[in-house]
Design a binder for this molecule. Structure first.
Ligand SMILES: [Fe+2]
Ligand SMILES: [Fe+2]
Length: 259
């Protein structure tokens, strides 16, 4: 079986390449599950209910989020209306929204969840290691394989979580930095791992934003509006092939352009 995990969708360029390419990739590569991180889908910050709907209709099975989960006003009231959208699992329990999603295809139940890292991250979050452990324990018997997304800044924290969950989940895949890493691999006990999948959006940019204001900010320290950039739009994703028992057999990093 195959899952495709799409990294942070940034703004309209990111949404457009997802809606354009997902049906095609699905058909050409025989993908069973498509999961996408949508934390930057609305103008680069957060997501809205209507964007969730658009992405789900385009063939995304599950939308995950990150530290920008609540950036769009009102989404805290909308999130509960979606059964295939989940917020980070290790946010304080009082946060609205689901902490995981289980989707079923061809008799296989895939658990999807995200944990936030705590090194160099601003969000208030519980321990991602213990959070993932608790969720896997609570849902034992209800899933055949799991994709745990580690939304974090530090590669060390991401690698450590990969090893911590090795053999217990199908894949541990990283997001948040918007820059892909070249370490796609199978860990000792057949868990697929990648520190960061990279972003889906304009790559002629600084992390998806217009170059000049960001450079200007670094030069003089004055605040500016960072608009979403437009050039060199690419979809970044990890494709994981796994057995019917949920063990990863292969991981490949993809960077795709339209047309
Ligand atoms: Fe992001
Ligand atoms: Fe993030």
């Amino acid at each position: 079986m195959k899952l495709l995990f799409i990294g942070d969708i940034v703004g309209k360029p990111g949404r457009e390449i997802v809606t354009a390419l997902v049906p095609q990739i699905r058909a050409e590569r025989g993908i069973d599950f498509v999961i996408a991180n949508g934390e930057n889908a609305a103008a680069g910050a957060g997501i809205t209910g209507s964007i969730c709907k658009t992405l789900l209709e385009a063939g995304v099975d599950v939308i995950t989020l990150g530290d920008h989960v609540w950036d769009q006003k009102g989404f805290e009231h909308e999130i509960a209306t979606f059964d295939r959208v989940c917020r980070p699992a290790n946010l304080p329990v009082s946060n609205p929204g689901r902490d995981h999603v289980i989707v079923e295809k061809n008799g296989f139940r895939l658990l999807v969840c995200t944990v936030l890292g705590r090194s160099f991250m601003g969000a208030k979050a519980d321990c991602p290691f213990l959070g993932a452990d608790a969720l896997l324990k609570k849902l034992a018997g209800q899933f055949d394989g799991a994709l745990v997304e580690i939304h974090a800044e530090a590669t060390s924290e991401k690698q450590a979580l990969g090893w911590h969950l090795d053999g217990r989940v199908t894949a541990v895949l990283g997001t948040h930095t918007h820059v892909a890493t070249a370490d796609a691999s199978l860990l000792r006990q057949q868990t697929a791992f990648l520190c960061d999948v990279g972003m889906t959006g304009p790559h002629e940019s600084v992390l998806g934003r217009e170059i000049e204001p960001v450079v200007g900010r670094f030069l003089d320290g004055r605040p500016r509006r960072f608009e979403v950039a437009t050039g060199d739009v690419r979809l970044s994703a990890a494709l994981v092939e796994f057995t019917p028992t949920g063990r990863a057999e292969r991981i490949e990093w993809l960077s795709l352009k339209q047309g």
